[in-house]
Design a protein around this ligand. Structure first.
Ligand SMILES: C[S@@+](CC[C@H](N)C(=O)[O-])C[C@H]1O[C@@H](n2cnc3c(N)ncnc32)[C@H](O)[C@@H]1O
Length: 303
């Protein structure tokens, strides 16, 4: 089966990882069970050991994770995540024969209490509980899932895809892997970003930096994990640079006039809904000072 398309994305020095001795969960699947997937959105093919291992590494799967595998096949991804890392999880597949095999293999691997397999359509599966989402599907299918991934999963959730990328959503990491036949493939990883776009307002001080209250307004735009925008302090525009968003963690710097001094401000914090809590470090024209920072997203009507 030709799952090997669309791995065109630039593959710079992300590192080549190939498993020497792959996970024991990778076993053959009877032809009649494979065939029952033929007419589904994606036919059956099991992730190869090197790809499976790369998915676990890139997502940093651990015992606190709940892994959801969309189109779980013979269950190898979840069984490996449970057996090797103690993770819990849910696998869904429309092929009932494969779901039966996955259940049997989970039992044999003594992880049936950690992982559950259900006959279910990936497009009708509630994925909100996942802390890690795994996929080995087709390009059109992962792209169809992308809006739901971005709107449903909590910021910080890791998404890993064997072979197929998510279009213009730049992966946070990727690894080239070799199949048993020596074919190169790619495993991609993304961290779901918090929603940062909007108008944010906050006040700081009075403090050592300024003896009156500083009023900030920031209008941020966002494309996946990239954001930027305009920041105004009072009526004074500031230059924003170094913006970073990873899950719910954000950081950016700004420089501009406070009084008659040019001051650098490094903001960092955590977004929770319409609120950010963190700190800001002032430097440059003033003695280095760190203050707590709390910002609110303004309601739509104020924009
Ligand atoms: C390429 S296999 C991946 C199996 C497994 N995730 C792995 O990596 O080893 C894709 C699986 O998706 C299942 N599938 C295809 N379309 C589906 C759908 N709409 N809902 C649920 N499962 C589906 C197929 O039965 C097949 O087992």
């Amino acid at each position: 089966m030709a799952l090997a398309c669309a791995a065109f994305l630039l593959v710079p020095a992300w590192g080549v990882g190939a498993a020497q001795d792959g996970p024991a969960e990778v076993n053959d699947v009877p032809a009649e069970a494979k065939d029952a997937s033929k007419n589904l959105d994606v036919p059956y093919e099991g992730s190869e050991p090197a790809a499976l291992q790369a998915m676990m590494d890139l997502a940093r799967v651990g015992r606190d994770d709940f892994v959801i595998d969309l189109g779980s096949g013979d269950g190898r991804i979840l069984i490996h995540a449970a057996k090797r890392f103690g993770a819990r999880g849910l696998g869904v597949d429309l092929n009932a024969k494969l779901v039966e095999i996955a259940k049997r293999r989970a039992k044999a691997a003594k992880v049936a209490d950690l992982v559950r397999f259900e006959v279910r359509d990936i497009f009708e599966t509630d994925i909100s509980r996942a802390t890690v989402l795994t996929m080995f599907l087709y390009p059109g299918v992962v792209m169809k899932l992308r809006p739901r991934i971005l709107s449903t999963l909590a910021p910080g959730t890791r998404v890993v895809s064997n072979e197929h990328h998510l279009g213009l959503w730049r992966p946070d990491a990727a690894r080239v892997v070799k199949s048993a036949e020596g074919r190169d493939g790619v495993v991609y990883m993304w961290t779901v970003p918090a929603r940062m776009a909007g108008l944010w307002i906050w006040e700081l001080g009075p403090s050592e930096v300024n003896d009156t209250v500083l009023n900030y307004r920031a209008k941020f735009t966002q494309k996946f994990q990239d954001f930027g925008g305009e920041l105004v302090l009072g009526l004074q525009p500031m230059t924003v640079f170094g913006a970073r968003l990873s899950g719910a963690e954000i950081a950016f710097s700004a420089s501009g006039e406070i009084g008659d001094r040019i001051v650098r401000q490094d903001f960092s914090g955590r977004i929770k809904g319409n609120e950010i809590t963190g700190s800001v470090r002032f430097s440059g024209g003033v003695a280095e000072t760190v203050l707590p920072w709390r910002a609110w997203r303004a309601p739509e009507a104020l924009k």
